[in-house]
Ligand binder design. Structure first.
Ligand SMILES: NC(=O)c1ccc[n+]([C@@H]2O[C@H](COP(=O)([O-])OP(=O)(O)OC[C@H]3O[C@@H](n4cnc5c(N)ncnc54)[C@H](OP(=O)(O)O)[C@@H]3O)[C@@H](O)[C@H]2O)c1
Length: 159
């Protein structure tokens, strides 16, 4: 099973705002995200889930929280109290790949656990206070790049 990070990152490293709002709205980027992740489990932090408001359709949504009393009930939604248990669950259920979809805290903990990263590098700076974690480019090989309007999708594979 492949563990794949997917994120959209501005030129200055921003991925979002801690008030939950998105600093940009790029339809084509959302389409790319949906097409890439559709049909596969998506793992996210509790804060990212709250910004979405409801599970993403056509995908098993896995939410990570330390809160053992949280009551989140919806179809295609599972809650885990740590990232490793969530990944283990997916592995045991023989998914071909799973996507780590954020946010900042979850990306930070996932870089070392991931096989691939599909990053949309936006071609502008954005205002925000949640950042994609620093990562060592030497650890990753670029498998492909795809230039779109306002962003470039770079597919990194661990060396
Ligand atoms: N640009 C992009 O591609 C992208 C993608 C996704 C999200 N975002 C943005 O990212 C921001 C949210 O990121 P964030 O860093 O604030 O929050 P986050 O990573 O979405 O969620 C953090 C929460 O996850 C839970 N958590 C984290 N580590 C855990 C662990 N080891 N074990 C158990 N639970 C754990 C905790 O939930 P509890 O507090 O409930 O315990 C924590 O408060 C938003 O602005 C969102 O829009 C951007």
């Amino acid at each position: 099973m492949k563990v794949i990070i997917i994120a959209a990152v501005s030129k200055n490293g921003v991925i979002g705002l801690s008030n939950g709002k998105m600093p940009w709205h790029i339809k084509e980027e959302f389409r790319h995200f949906k097409e890439t992740t559709f049909g596969f489990p998506v793992i996210m932090g509790r804060k990212t889930f709250e910004t979405l408001g409801k599970p993403l359709s056509g995908r098993l949504n896995i939410v990570i929280t330390r809160n053992r009393n949280i009551k989140l009930k919806a179809e295609s939604l599972k809650v885990f109290n740590d990232l490793i248990s969530a990944i283990k669950y997916c592995n045991e259920n023989h998914f071909e790949k799973i996507f780590i979809i954020g946010g900042g805290e979850i990306y930070s903990q996932s870089i070392s656990l991931s096989d691939e990263m599909i990053l949309s590098h936006l071609d502008f700076d954005a205002e925000g206070d949640v950042y994609f974690p620093e990562f060592d480019k030497n650890d990753w090989e670029i498998k492909s790049t795809s230039k779109r309007e306002k962003f470039e999708v770079v597919h990194y594979v661990r060396k």
